[in-house]
Design a protein around this ligand. Structure first.
Ligand code: ATP
Length: 476
C-alpha cells in the first residue's frame, strides 16, 4: 500500500488547479471530473508521451481518431449489448446499490445490515442515446418522462406501438418515441473504433503484418459505483492498441508488448516495487481471450488495475466479418493463403496512469528544517517546465529584465509560468507543490552581468549561471 492518501492527492489536485469535481457548482455529477490548467497539461503530456512511444517512434503503427458515436451494429457484433454488464445488487434496507463482485454481499457496506442483498441483476454499463430527431413526445404536466422504442408504426394513421421499459406497477406521465434503429451508445471502449477501421488502413496503406493501430480518446461507462477519485469514472480516456499478428506468432508479440508496458511504466516514473502483474486465471478469462495480464499498481486505496494486456484472438474481426458480410482477411504479400489476423491488445487508461504518476511523485520532505510538499514529477511530464520571477516585484528594472527572460523561455518551451506572487520562498513552495522542475530568479546582479539563479526542485539547490546557458539546464 502507498503512504500517500487519496485525500492528499485529491486535495492537492483541487487546491492547485489540476482536477475538480465535474459540475461542482451544481452539486457535482458522480463519476465525472473536470481538468484545470495544470491537470490538462499533465494529462496531455502523458498522452503525448504515449503517442510518441507507441506511434511516432515505431514504424509499424498507424494512428486513428474514430467517432465516439458508432452504428449500433458495432456494439451488437462486439458482444457489448448482450454481455457488457456488471452484477448489481441493492440493499433492501438502505437501498444503496453496489457491484456484487466488489463487496462482501453478506453485509451492506453502507448500513451494516446483514443478508439484505438478493440475487445480482446484470446491469449493462453502456450509456444509451438516440441519433436523429424523435418521432414525437407526450408531455405530462409534472415533467415525468420515459423514452421507448417503436415496435410497429402505421404510416397511414401515424399510430405507433411503442415498447417502453416498465414493470408492473410503474407509473409514468410522458413518453418520447424513437425509431429503434436510431438507438446508439456512447462508446464504452476505444478499441471498436480501431477494429472498424482495420480494413480502411489495409486499403490505404497496405501494411505488412504485424502492424498496429492506435487510438486515444474518451470512453463512457455507467459504472455502478464510481469511486477512488478519478480511478473509476463514468467518463474517462483510454489509449488502446490493436496489434494485428499471424496467430502462429502470438506468444512473441505478447511478450514484446509486455516489455513495452514496462518501458511505459519507467517513462512515467513509477517505482517498480509498486507494480504487479496479475496473470488472469484460465477460468476467469473473457471468452475471447487466450491470455490476459492485468497490470496492477499500489494505489492509495489498494492494489488495483492500471492497464490490461490481452490476446483477443480473431474474435472481433471475425464478428465484424460475419455481421457486415465484408471480408476482414489479410492477404500476405508473398501470395500465401489469406487469413483473418489475430490481435494483441494493450489497453491503457489515462486517469489511472495520471493517478499513479501523482501518487509516485507526491513527496513530503524537509529543506533547511522546513517541511514542504513537493511533486517530484518526471521533468518531461511536469505541467510547468520552469517559473520565472523578479526577486522583488516593486523594482521596475528587475521586472523588465525578468519579463525579457520569461518571454525568451516561453517562446522556446511554451509551458513557462510568470510568478511574482508573495516572497521568493513562498513562490518556491508553490512551484514545488505543482512539480515545476526549475525556478529562475532575476536579481540585482542580473542587471550587472546577465546571470540569473536557477533553483532545482528536488535538491532545492540554487546555481548562478548566464542567461544564455539556461537552455542547457532546461533541456537536460
Ligand atoms: P475494472 O475491472 O477496473 O472495471 P476493466 O477490466 O473493465 O477495469 P478494461 O475494460 O480492460 O477495464 O479497460 C481498459 C483500461 O481502461 C483499464 O485498465 C483502465 O485503465 C481503464 N478503465 C476502465 N474502466 C475505467 C473507469 N471506469 N475509469 C477510469 N479508467 C477506466
Amino acid at each position: 500500500m502507498s503512504e500517500v492518501s487519496l485525500e492528499d492527492i485529491a486535495s492537492l489536485a483541487k487546491r492547485r488547479g489540476f482536477i475538480y469535481q465535474g459540475s461542482e457548482v451544481y452539486g457535482g455529477l458522480s463519476g465525472t471530473w473536470d481538468y484545470g490548467p495544470l491537470g490538462v497539461a499533465l494529462k496531455r503530456n502523458i498522452m503525448q508521451l504515449w503517442w510518441k512511444m507507441f506511434v511516432d517512434d515505431l514504424d509499424d503503427m498507424y494512428g486513428v481518431d474514430a467517432a465516439i458515436l458508432m452504428n449500433q451494429k458495432v456494439w451488437k457484433a462486439s458482444g457489448h449489448v448482450d454481455t457488457f454488464t456488471d452484477p448489481l445488487v441493492e440493499c433492501s434496507n438502505c437501498h444503496n446499490r453496489f457491484r456484487a463482485d466488489k463487496i462482501d454481499t453478506s453485509k451492506c457496506p453502507t448500513c451494516g445490515k446483514t443478508d439484505t442483498f438478493g440475487k445480482p441483476h446484470q446491469f449493462n454499463l453502456m450509456f444509451n442515446t438516440h441519433v436523429g430527431a424523435s418521432w414525437g413526445s407526450f408531455e405530462a404536466p409534472d415533467g415525468k418522462h420515459l423514452a421507448g422504442d417503436i415496435k410497429s408504426i402505421d404510416n397511414k394513421t401515424r399510430q405507433a406501438e411503442v415498447m417502453v421499459p416498465i414493470k408492473e406497477g410503474d407509473t409514468f406521465d410522458s413518453v418520447t418515441v424513437y425509431e429503434k434503429n436510431a438507438r446508439t451508445y456512447l462508446r464504452p471502449e476505444t478499441a471498436q473504433g480501431i477494429f472498424t477501421n482495420y480494413k480502411n488502413i489495409l486499403d490505404s496503406f497496405y501494411p505488412d503484418l504485424p502492424f498496429g493501430i492506435a487510438q486515444q480518446g474518451k470512453a463512457f461507462r455507467n459504472e455502478i459505483s464510481p469511486r477512488d477519485f478519478v480511478f473509476r469514472s463514468r467518463e474517462f480516456e483510454q489509449m488502446e492498441i490493436e496489434y494485428f499478428i499471424d496467430p502462429a506468432k502470438w506468444e512473441e508479440a505478447f511478450e514484446m508488448w509486455r516489455q513495452r508496458v514496462h518501458e511505459w511504466f519507467k517513462a512515467l516514473g513509477l517505482p517498480e516495487d509498486k507494480l504487479h502483474e496479475l496473470e488472469v486465471e484460465q477460468d476467469d478469462l473473457a471468452h475471447y481471450s487466450k491470455r490476459t495480464i492485468d497490470f496492477e499498481f499500489d494505489y492509495p486505496h489498494g492494489k488495483d488495475e492500471i492497464l490490461g494486456l490481452a490476446y483477443r484472438t480473431d474474435f472481433d474481426l471475425t464478428n465484424i466479418q460475419a455481421a457486415s458480410a465484408k471480408s476482414m482477411e489479410y492477404r500476405p504479400k508473398d501470395g500465401s493463403k489469406a487469413f483473418v489476423p489475430h490481435v494483441i491488445e494493450p489497453s491503457f487508461g489515462v486517469e489511472r496512469a495520471l493517478m499513479a504518476v501523482l501518487v509516485s511523485a507526491y513527496t513530503v520532505d524537509e529543506i533547511n528544517g522546513e517541511k514542504r510538499n513537493v511533486l517530484k514529477l518526471p521533468k518531461h511530464l511536469a505541467p510547468i517546465k520552469c517559473a520565472v520571477s523578479p526577486l522583488l516585484k516593486n523594482k521596475p528594472e528587475l521586472v523588465v529584465k525578468a519579463k525579457e527572460v520569461y518571454t525568451m523561455l516561453k517562446k522556446e518551451y511554451g509551458a513557462v509560468m510568470w510568478d511574482d506572487n508573495g516572497n521568493i520562498g513562498k513562490r518556491y513552495r508553490r512551484q514545488d507543490e505543482i512539480g515545476t522542475p526549475f525556478c529562475v530568479t532575476i536579481d540585482f546582479q542580473t542587471l550587472e552581468d546577465n546571470t540569473v539563479t536557477i533553483r532545482d526542485r528536488d535538491t532545492a539547490k540554487q546555481t548562478r549561471l548566464g542567461v544564455e546557458a539556461l537552455k542547457n539546464v532546461l533541456d537536460r
